[in-house]
Design a protein around this ligand. Sequence first.
Ligand SMILES: [Zn+2]
Length: 564
Amino acid sequence: MSYQALYRVWRPQSFEDVVGQSHITRTLQNAIVQEKFSHAYLFSGPRGTGKTSAAKIFAKTINCRQAPTAEPCNSCDACLGIQDGSISDVMEIDAASNNGVEQIRDIRDKVKYAPSSVAYKVYIIDEVHMLSPGAFNALLKTLEEPPKHVVFILATTEPHKIPLTIISRCQRFDLKRITQQDIVARMETIVEKESISITKEALHVVALAAEGGMRDALSILDQAISYSDDQVELADVLAVTGSVSQQKLIEMILALFNKDAQQALQLVDGFIQSGKDPGRFVYDSIYFLRDILMYQSAPQLDILDRAMVDEDFRHLCETLHANWIQKTISILNDCQQEMKWTNSPKVFLEITVLKITEQSPQPMEGNTVEPESVTQLLKKVDLLEKELKALKQNNVSHDAQQTQQATQKRRQPTTKRQYKVPYERIRYVLEHASKSDLKNVQSQWANFMQLLKKQNAPAHATVQESKPSAASEEALILAFKYEIHCSLALEHQQTIELLLSEVTGKNVTIIPIPEVNWLEIRQEYVQKQRQQQSADSNEEEEIDPVVEEARKLVGDDLLEIHEE
Ligand SMILES: [Zn+2]
């Protein structure tokens, strides 16, 4: 027996088989059962969403010997005859191949005759937007006064190309792209009945590549089956669709996020070399980033299109910030539009990579002021003024020397895109820090984190990477394991500070600092304290470890660094 394509074998035979369009099938079924259906329908929607299948099921249902019924019986002579095309009262016309006026004139002439073997003549005109203006005119004449025994079902992917005079005479239904979940669920039924062995990941990638079309999903599945050996693996589907694996997508997105243009371009080159499709890559990336956004805001919901949730994915979600993702999606979207009109998609992809890696720095990177509330700004100005005053009061020459040393030390490895540690602000906070302020925050920290988790998952994910390390009346220093989380924390600054003031009853400004820099500034602070003390006594220096000394001078809690 010759092999039959899955999409032919599994073409829906009843309304209940039409996947993901229940908003339409239910309405149609109600009209059919009540015998109040229209004589002209327009089904519009993307390819492969079930327009002509629904039209054919409609034709069977109204002509079924069991009528009125909500579903065709699929076993009477009418149903079977319509199914195999032997009943000439139901005609399928492909306007893309028969766009002549003649064909429609022919319909117009014959439409007045009663059907020969079933109750209704049904004309299904697929891709109706392809009809010539003359044919549209001829069709319009017929639609103006259709005989009672005739139903027209016009199907199109491009309803905007159809004259309004035609549209206004039809009852219009817009079929939706079928969701990933619906496509996967339908394919699961099919592979089970066909005894096809395929992994869940592979099915998901098929569904994504189908872009909401069931017919495309099944033909991709067909290709993957013939490409694979026994079991259809993810790799088979990736090869057939020209998609990139999740692992590679993660690598690429991290390279973009870290502004590592070189690595990103190398990855692009690798994709193209291995035969991946640049357009498909951009499409996959957009959906993948969308999934990250979804997961960040609602991790418990099962609404991911592209991503498989694993350790790497979770880590990526914690690393990326929503703001960056949104900007990147918008750049990728522009790229997708431009790619449609070019013969060299690779060049566009490369330009896009550069655009993304050169995106303006994240807000609050460095000491730039980003849009925030007036209160926040006032607080900051206030703090800066105090800082300035404190600096003036201090022993200028001594302090300046220290500062200069520290500045030189830390400037060496930095690039302009790194998070700029506000050293002066932190020094100022340290001068005014107290054990009780820190204890106050620490005692409420678990409670605060719990509330933050409920209120803002991405902010929580970021702050989780930090420890309250010193506190004054006005500020809280948060030491972060990774530098990247410092800028991320500032993007959530307002949320964090508002909630903190609710929980602790104090208005504090948060100051993020990478742990490594915190260790450095703490040491500097301790040395300064020691120098001051040794000026008073003749105590020998360099005997005790620095941290030990610090503990004697200012207590454990103020200098708490969590090296778990
Ligand atoms: Zn029937």
